[in-house]
Design a protein. Structure first.
Length: 139
């Protein structure tokens, strides 16, 4: 079930009158070794990013600033997860269709994953994804 795979990881919150601090580190909070980090910013109103699945790549997404929705879909079930707190990290395993939308002004999406960039990892066509997923479920 989708809920068993995609999950929110609660990150540490060090509350301080001078300003709060959160962090993550390998092994303790992130269930993979981080190989790459990237961020998405200056998203114009109404735009979306993503809209693909990865063949063999896990990721964690954090809204460092502002808010946006991540629509996750395992081919059977679809769920919208709103990220709007910098201490909540969304874990997405491989072979989940995901799309990011509804970005607020000045929102900042920070993503870490377990693989270096490789276009070959991407499944960009939804029907292809559904077929691959159905084959996977048959095994
Ligand atoms: P992409 O992940 O395809 O974003 P979206 O699914 O929102 O369109 O990234 C857009 C382009 O940026 C991609 O074609 C290549 C480049 N890119 C890199 O070079 N390195 C990276 O780590 C990422 C995420 C993207």
């Amino acid at each position: 079930m989708l809920q068993d795979e995609v999950k929110i990881i609660s990150l540490p919150k060090i509350l301080d009158d001078r300003g709060n601090l959160s962090f993550f580190q390998n092994d303790d909070h992130i269930p993979f070794v981080i190989q790459r980090a990237y961020w998405i910013y200056d998203v114009p109103g109404g735009e979306h990013r993503g809209g693909h699945a990865y063949r063999d790549l896990q990721e964690v997404i954090v809204a460092l600033s502002g808010s946006f929705d991540v629509v996750v879909d395992d081919g059977k079930e679809k769920k919208v997860i709103t990220l709007n707190r910098s201490y909540n990290a969304l874990y997405i395993p491989k072979m989940i269709w995901r799309r990011m939308e509804n970005f607020s002004t000045n929102s900042l999406a920070f993503i870490v994953c377990d693989k270096q960039y490789d276009e070959g990892q991407y499944i960009r066509d939804y029907d292809t994804y559904r077929n691959l997923k159905a084959d996977e479920d048959d095994i």
